[in-house]
Design a binder for this molecule. Structure first.
Ligand SMILES: [Zn+2]
Length: 93
């Protein structure tokens, strides 16, 4: 037989034990290139860059229509970055 509890645990003791059992929200950082939220220390899912280098070819899997849209999106983000360099300072956190 396995371990058998000797005494009943009260609801509050049970709750106290379980107070750390929850899913923590994942911390996101804004991508320095496209400024979209991305997981830290990972390749950006949106633009496929990591530490300023192109790692994943994002355009490869997309259809023609999606490609056009994405190119437009990337160009827009480049322009906005040139206008306000605030996005660079935010990425340093
Ligand atoms: Zn990105």
């Amino acid at each position: 037989m396995g371990g058998v509890p000797k005494q009943r645990k009260t609801k509050s003791r049970q709750a106290n034990r379980r107070m750390h059992l929850y899913i923590k929200s994942s911390s996101l950082v804004s991508c320095p290139k496209c400024a979209k939220p991305a997981l830290p220390h990972t390749v950006c899912q949106n633009c496929g860059t990591y530490k300023g280098m192109d790692v994943v070819d994002v355009m490869k899997k997309l259809t023609k229509k999606e490609k056009k849209q994405k190119e437009r999106e990337i160009q827009a983000s480049d322009k906005s970055e040139a206008r306000n360099p605030k996005s660079e300072t935010n990425s340093n956190n």
